[in-house]
Write a protein that binds this ligand. Structure first.
Ligand code: CAO
Length: 480
């Protein structure tokens, strides 16, 4: 019988969610409570457990879908266990039938000859019928015994869960009171697959916190646990927080996965790299004229010719000229890794936080191609459609905050890169030229770099080269 598995109420006041990941495939046999999809709401990211077991006939959702409470996630073909039992029973029946048939070979022959069916013949033989009935009633008794046993096991499991909860609260109490009481640990709720994985990963499952119904431990819980363990070892201990509620009302909200990733990578970069930021500015009056004149051409190709696109192209030329800024340091080996490719990451401001998709081989692409690709990846980033691969492999980053404002800023270098270009808001200012003040469009630019590899003078020369290229692009073209 087909069973529909629907999206349950995830949390109070949340009626819909976005599918972040589909955790099973069509044809899989799944257990009740097994995580089937991961969803993200504006409040949290959670895994949805299946409300039944069986074989997945059809998956009705895909990554990125917005689904409502009550929407069908998948269709199950029926209960896997039940089906297996039924198949076993059928097999047994067939076996007995076969045995009987061979005993009654003669009867079977007669059946063929006389045209009387074997079943009908059986009806005529009360002794055999009686035996068959006995056999069937034996099987029914065995089955009901089995069902009873199953019920007992379920009941026991429920009781274990309950007593575990009480024990946990007891445990807390005991700890508080400093009692050294031995508390017997009951088995943690998790599927056999998750237990096996825990064994393979060398994780003690009783150390893992379950996020499923009734504290059930999912595969994601296991992975999160190992990640946490790894981070615990790597991360320096954060100073403890005071109780803020003593000064006023506060609200605690879980960080979503993207924010956690940003927090981790920013902290790691800041700790690993001794940063220095150098500031400069460039007169972009003539390049702005060029940009406006050619913006239609870019639009026709499906892109937007923006300051960012121009800076990405110029930065690629600068990186070829100053290869140390397109490198990484291998501190353990005492080596510098010079990259022969120029893949530039673009810092994109999205609703979920900062994302950095990468434009590959910028040095081999025309300004128009870069403008089109920049428009595409920025849109993808804002719509949460980027794949992990599209955010990997960057050798340098361009971060433009000029569309928002600010006179200058100090971007953080993304480890394992060694430099990042910051762009702030261009403005019209009077510039003293040939004994006169002229209105010119001035763009503030900054460069943060890893001072282990880049000396102050190298950083200044690199940024000045970019400034000059903005002011006199032909000079840059001639030299590159
Ligand atoms: N000075 C003045 N105006 C600027 C400017 C600058 N430096 N940069 C952009 N603008 C203007 C553009 O000309 C555009 O104006 P119009 O609509 O009138 O043409 C407007 O601001 C918006 O630009 P945009 O965002 O559409 O295009 P962009 O290519 O310049 O920027 C992107 C693309 C992805 C870099 C940007 O949208 C973005 O997300 N920036 C934020 C990056 C960020 O968060 N960095 C911080 C990370 S920490 O290092």
């Amino acid at each position: 019988m087909a069973t529909e598995i629907k999206l349950p109420q995830i949390s109070e006041g949340v009626d819909s969610a976005q599918v972040a990941e589909v955790l099973i495939s069509e044809g899989d046999t799944i257990e009740k409570e097994q995580s089937i999809i991961a969803v993200e709401t504006d409040k949290a990211s959670v895994e949805v457990p299946s409300s039944d077991s069986g074989k997945v006939k059809e998956i009705k959702v895909k990554e990125g879908d917005e689904i409502k409470v009550g929407d069908v996630i998948l269709i199950l073909e029926g209960d896997g266990e039940e089906e297996a039992e039924e198949a076993e029973e059928d097999e047994e029946k067939e076996e007995t039938e076969k045995e009987k048939k061979s005993d009654k070979g003669e009867a079977a022959k007669e059946e063929k000859k006389g045209g009387v069916s074997f079943r009908e013949k059986q009806k005529e033989e009360p002794e055999e019928k009686e035996e068959q009935e006995k056999e069937e009633s034996k099987k029914a008794a065995a089955k009901s015994e089995e069902q009873e046993q199953k019920k007992e096991e379920e009941k026991e499991e429920q009781e274990q869960k309950k007593s575990k909860e009480t024990e946990e609260s007891k445990e807390e109490k005991a700890e508080e009171e400093g009692e050294e009481k031995e508390i017997e640990k009951k088995e943690e709720p998790a599927s056999p697959g998750v237990r096996r994985l825990a064994r393979e990963m060398g994780v003690n499952i009783s150390d893992v916190e379950g996020s499923g119904e009734g504290g059930r431990i999912t595969e994601e819980d296991l992975k999160a646990h190992t990640r946490k363990q790894g981070q615990k070892e790597e991360k320096p201990k954060q100073p403890s927080l005071p109780d803020f509620s003593q000064w006023g009302e506060v609200e605690r909200k879980p960080l979503d996965n993207i924010r956690k990733a940003i927090a981790d990578s920013t902290a790691a970069s800041w700790q690993a790299i001794p940063h220095v930021t150098h500031f400069d500015e460039a007169d972009i009056s003539s390049i702005e004229e060029y940009r406006k004149k050619n913006s239609k051409k870019a639009e026709e190709s499906g892109g937007k010719l923006t300051v960012t696109a121009i800076l990405v192209k110029i930065a690629a030329n600068a990186l070829q000229r100053f290869p140390m800024l397109n490198a990484s340091i291998d501190a353990e080996q005492g080596e510098v890794i010079l990259k022969k490719y120029v893949h530039i990451g673009i810092a994109v401001d999205t609703e979920k936080g900062l994302l950095v998709p990468v434009i590959r081989d910028v040095d081999k692409k025309s300004l128009l191609e870069i403008a089109v690709e920049l428009t595409e990846i920025s849109e993808k980033a804002r719509n949460q459609k980027l794949s992990p691969e599209e955010m990997q492999g960057g050798s340098f980053v361009v971060s433009n905050l000029g569309g928002i404002g600010g006179t200058n800023f100090t971007p953080i270098v993304y480890h394992p890169q060694v430099a990042i270009l910051g762009i702030s808001k261009a403005k019209m200012v009077p510039v003293y030229i040939n004994e006169n003040f002229e209105p010119r469009q001035i763009l503030p630019i900054s460069l943060s770099y890893d001072h282990r590899l880049i000396d102050g003078a190298d950083g200044a020369r690199f940024l000045r080269w970019i400034g000059q290229a903005l002011e006199d692009p032909f000079k840059a073209l001639l030299e590159s």
